[in-house]
Write a protein of this length. Structure first.
Length: 291
């Protein structure tokens, strides 16, 4: 597949840990594969900025995939109705929490899509977090003027016409792919909840189900199995002794990224991450890059 350089498209959702800054780095791994699969899509920065003729997007977060599907199928109405919520009178804590309660109580997919977008742009640092009961519990962000991403939503809708959306466990999707006899034309990019840097850094997901260390190992094993069938598998994660061990045999690139969750600028330190590439055609090597 011929690589063409276009201006990068930003995702329309705020997404801590999103890969917008790393799109160019990730695209350097892409070759002539015609199919891109993302089992942990998040805001979708990578697939939005590729020209693959077939794209399979998955995430376990039902609200995220519902919003994507609503935008794929009815972008004009969704954009029009969502824009009505982005007004000054709604940018206050009491309205935000009323909308959050309404979102948690709603069973209507259209309403949940609209409110999920509102909560994402008005909530604290764009976090997506649920409690043990599955209720969205991100606090109010108190931004002066939350941005309405109309242009970004239009760009997403256009790209989404070439995308198949799934909402299932990552392992179920990858095991389904393993049933295919050959996967030479496929790149699979995995951006799972990251392995903790310490015992106290235990945030492991943005859906009710948590992502454990056993999941990390299981993902690495699936990546190796998929590579044996011809797929190229990329995984992003923290660069730790644990991830280096489970990704043994992959070509690894170390990168340094700035953390943006903290509200205190001076605490946004650079953290080492890793991109592990599983492919039968490459040998082990490593390099370092600052982002």
């Amino acid at each position: 597949m011929k690589t063409v350089n276009f201006p990068l498209v930003r995702p329309f959702l705020k997404w801590p840990g999103g890969k917008y800054r790393l799109v160019s780095t990730l695209k350097s791994y892409l070759g002539n594969e015609s199919c891109l699969v993302e089992p942990f899509v998040g805001a979708g920065a990578l697939f939005l900025n590729t020209q693959h003729t077939r794209v399979v997007v998955n995430d376990v977060n039902t609200d995220l995939i519902n919003l994507f599907c609503q935008l794929q199928n009815n972008s004009l109405n969704l954009t029009k109705e969502a824009k009505k919520l982005f007004v000054t009178k709604n940018n206050q804590a009491k309205v935000y929490y009323r909308f959050r309660e309404r979102f948690n109580d709603s069973q209507d997919l259209w309403e949940r899509a609209l409110l999920f977008l509102f909560l994402n742009r008005h909530g604290y640092n764009g976090l997506c977090r649920y409690n043990a009961k599955g209720f969205y519990n991100v606090p109010f962000g108190a931004y002066k003027r939350p941005y309405f991403p109309e242009y970004e939503m239009q760009a997403f809708s256009k790209r989404a016409q070439h995308v198949t959306f799934h909402c299932q466990d990552y392992a179920d999707l990858l095991n389904q792919l393993l049933q295919s006899p050959k996967l030479e034309k496929m790149t699979i990019y995995c951006d799972p909840p990251y392995a903790p840097l310490s015992e106290t850094a235990n945030f492991t997901g943005y859906a009710a189900k948590r992502f454990t260390l056993e999941d990390q190992k299981r993902l690495a094993q699936l990546a190796k199995a998929l590579a044996k069938k011809g797929a190229k598998v990329l995984i992003s994660n923290h660069d730790t002794p644990f991830t280096r061990e489970i990704y043994r045999g992959a070509r690894c690139q170390e990168i340094e990224v700035s953390r943006t969750i903290s509200c205190k600028t001076h605490t946004r330190n650079k953290v080492s991450e890793i991109i592990a590439c599983f492919s039968p055609a490459v040998s082990r090597s490593s390099k370092r890059q600052k982002v």
